[in-house]
Ligand binder design. Sequence first.
Ligand SMILES: Cc1cc2nc3c(=O)[nH]c(=O)nc-3n(C[C@H](O)[C@H](O)[C@H](O)COP(=O)(O)OP(=O)(O)OC[C@H]3O[C@@H](n4cnc5c(N)ncnc54)[C@H](O)[C@@H]3O)c2cc1C
Length: 460
Amino acid sequence: MTHDHSASRRRFLASAGALAAGAATSPALAQGATPNPPATGKLPFLIGRSGDTLIPRGKMPRVVICGGGWGGVTAAKYLRQLAPHLEVVLLERNPVFFSCPMSNKWLVDVVDTQFLTHDYLGVSEKYGYRFVQTEILEIERDRKQVVTAAGSLHYDYLILSPGIRYNYEAWFANDRRMAEATRARFPAAYIPSAEHFRLKRALQDFKGGHLVMSLPPPPHRCPPSPYERACLIASMFRNKKIPGRITILDHKDGVRPIGPGFKSAFEELYKDIISYVPNARVEELDPFRKHIRTEAGDFDFDHAILMAPHQAGDLAWKAGVVTPPGQGKPGAGWADVDPLFLHHRQDKDVFVIGDAVGFVSEQFAFYPKAGHVANRHARIVAYYIAEREAGREPAYRLPDNLCFMMVDSSPQLGISVQFDYKVNDKGVIEQTQIDYNERKPETVIQDFNWARSSYEDMFA
Ligand SMILES: Cc1cc2nc3c(=O)[nH]c(=O)nc-3n(C[C@H](O)[C@H](O)[C@H](O)COP(=O)(O)OP(=O)(O)OC[C@H]3O[C@@H](n4cnc5c(N)ncnc54)[C@H](O)[C@@H]3O)c2cc1C
C-alpha cells in the first residue's frame, strides 16, 4: 500500500497545533486532564457509527471479506498476492484468531492457548490489506454495501466466510431462554468464542460422574472431531484417575468418518469410560433438569456438551444467500452456490467459502466442513477474482481435504482421513475418501506439521 506521507504529516501537524492551541486556553488541560470531545457534537474521528462511511470508495476495485476465520484470513492474503492492485478489506468481530482445529487438544492441555491464537494486525500490515475489527450488521447486496458497527463500505466483490451458527430453533423453537441456558451451561464449543473457555473450565472442575455429548445431525462442522473430543476427554479421565463416564449420543447410525479407527479406540482404550449410542436423535432437552430424551432412550447427566444442529453462519442469512429450509431443496440452511465457482447462484460478485458452502454434489452432497477446505476455497476464490480482474475466464479448481485426529494423549496416537475431488464426465463433483484407521504416533507428527503449516499459510 502506498501512503502520501507528506500529506498525513501535514494533517498530523495541523491537528497537533490545534490541540496545542486548545491546551493553552483550557484550564482543565492545564491541570493535566484529557480534553473533552469537541463541542460540535461530533465524535472523535476514529469512533465510527453504523450510519457513517467506514472506508470511502477508492480508485481500485475493492474486495470485502466478511469473517476472518480459516477461510477469510487466507483469502485476504492470497488476493493481495494474486491481484495486488485490488483493495482488500477483512472484517472480523474478534480481536484475535482462535483456531478450532487443535482445540480438542487444547481442552485437555496437549497444546496451550498460544498455539491456537494468532494476530491479525501483523499479517494485514505485511500483505497490505486492511483488517477492521468490527461487528458486521447487515449485507445489502442490492447496494453492494456492507454495514458494520463502525460504518458502511462499498464492495465490488464480496467474500463471505462466516462459518456456522447453531440452530437451537430445531430444539427449542422460539424459546430463547432455553437456548441461552443450554449455550451458557453446556456449550458445544464449536464456534470460537468464550464457549471454549467455559468448556475447558467445566472439564477442569469435573470430579466425576456422567458426561453426555450429543452430536449434531450431518452436515456439521468437522465431522470426526466430536469423536476425537470424546477420546481425548476419556484419556484425561484415565490419566487423572477421574471417575467419569462419557456417553456419545450420535444422530447418525454409526461412526463416520474413520469409523473403525474410532470404534477400536472406544473399545480398546476406553472400554469402561465411553459408551457409544447410535440413532440418538434429540427429541427433548432440559438444561435445568440436566435431562435429554433421544430416539435411543433417556439420559440424565452431570455435565454435557450439547451440540445443536449446524447451519450457515448468520451473515450468510443476512446476505440472503441461504437455501431456505422447508422447501424440500437440497442444502437447506446452507449457502446456495455454484458448485464449481463458489459464487452465489444469483450473484456472480458474491462468493461463499468454508463451512457455510451448501450442496455441491449429488454424490457426496457437502464438502467436509473443515478448516483445510476453507483454506483451499479461499485460495481458489482469490484466483477466480484475480482471473476475472485480468479479463480472463477462470478455469474451475477443486479443493482437497486432510484431517488428523488424536485418539490418545499418552502415548500420543492418531488416525486420519483424506478426501480428493474430481469432476466426472457428467459434470458432477466426485469425492474419494481414504480412512487411515490404524492408531499411530507418526499420524500425530503429521497432525502437528499440518497445523503449523496451515497457520503459517494464513499468518506468516
Ligand atoms: C473441535 C473442532 C476441531 C476441528 N478440527 C479440525 C481439523 O482438525 N482440521 C480441519 O481442517 N478443520 C477442523 N475443524 C473445522 C474448522 O474449524 C472449520 O471448518 C473452519 O473454521 C471453517 O472456516 P470458516 O472460515 O468457514 O469459518 P470460521 O473459521 O468459523 O470463521 C468465521 C469467522 O467469521 C466471524 N464472524 C461471523 N459473524 C460475524 C459478524 N457478524 N461480524 C464479524 N465477524 C463475524 C467469526 O468471528 C469467525 O472468525 C474443527 C472444528 C472444531 C470445532
